[in-house]
Design a binder for this molecule. Structure first.
Ligand code: R5P
Length: 292
């Protein structure tokens, strides 16, 4: 089946790269707002999509992340309407995975609701989804395929030729990334315990496990949102006199803008480009080659 990549509003930084990796043609979704703030979405003409496998590229980030959900659903159902053979989603950053449980009575288990909205997609490619209490993607997304940036991050760090590095994961969930990257590079790692008291209040204590004195410490987590997890981890490590600290994240949301600057004062901050920011130096677009 011939393929067509359609770049959605949150995929502008990566849509063309994805199409190049796949060697297929590429077009852009037109998205604007009516004066009353309803969304207007337009796809390429029917003749461009008929019988093809359409791959929507959408990363759900920024102020309009909830609108991007509506936009993507509009694009999906319209591509089907226009005769696409299959419609898939390549999503560098997919939201709502962290609300995977009812922590307090009456709360929405967001990822379960969202998965229902996306259940008709022929396939969804997720890059490093935050799987924590739900261990396997197929428990929530029967149509989901997990891709990981672990090798790409390890290669990136290898090229930096950092000497005497050790890896730290700030919380138990980060083990699946921090330990894996460390293992691939043949370096030591340790995983810390985090206690969360609110959106912007976490406590993290460096509990040893690796020697950090005079070492380059690479704190690796899947998400930097407000940045407090990273900041607290930095604070807890600094007492032990490391040579240098790197904060490496897969998804650099940087929800609190000033937090990135604050982090930069204490560490080198790098993320992948699942979300476009000034820190997004690691290109993960080649993961699109895994699209069948
Ligand atoms: C959650 O457990 C994630 O792995 C991250 O640690 C978390 O989302 C980071 O959030 P923040 O930057 O707001 O501390």
């Amino acid at each position: 089946m011939k393929r067509e990549v359609i770049e959605c509003s949150g995929g502008k930084h990566i849509g063309k790269k994805v199409s190049k990796h796949l060697k297929v043609s590429y077009s852009k979704l037109k998205v604007k707002k009516f004066p009353d703030k309803e969304l207007y979405v337009k796809l390429p003409p029917e003749k461009k999509l008929k019988g093809k496998k359409v791959i929507l590229v959408q990363s759900f980030h920024g102020e309009n992340l909830n609108e991007k959900i509506v936009e993507t659903l509009f694009a999906f159902y319209t591509a089907k309407d226009l005769g696409a053979g299959k419609v898939e989603l390549f999503s560098p950053y997919f939201p709502y995975f962290r609300q995977d449980r009812r922590f307090n009575p009456g709360e929405v288990v967001s990822i379960k609701v969202i998965s229902k909205l996306f259940k008709d997609f022929d396939k969804i490619y997720f890059i490093d989804p935050h799987l924590h209490r739900i261990k396997n993607l197929d428990e929530i997304f029967k149509n989901g395929k997990k891709l990981t940036s672990v090798n790409i991050i390890a290669d990136y760090l290898k090229k930096k030729k950092i000497k005497d590095e050790v890896f730290v994961g700030p919380d138990v969930e980060s083990e699946q990334w921090a330990k894996q990257v460390a293992d691939k590079l043949g370096e030591e790692s340790t995983i810390l315990k985090k206690e969360r008291y609110g959106d912007r209040k976490v406590k993290i204590k460096f509990s040893g496990g690796v020697e950090v004195k005079n070492k380059t410490v690479i704190i690796l987590d899947d998400i930097i949102s407000t940045g407090h997890t990273m900041l607290e981890t930095i604070k807890s490590i600094k007492k032990y006199k490391p040579k240098e600290i790197y904060c490496v994240a897969i998804h650099g949301i940087f929800a609190d803008k000033k937090q990135l600057d604050k982090l930069k004062k204490n560490a080198k901050v790098i993320s992948t480009n699942t979300i476009p920011t000034k820190a997004a130096n690691i290109d993960i677009s080649s993961l699109a080659k895994k699209i069948k």
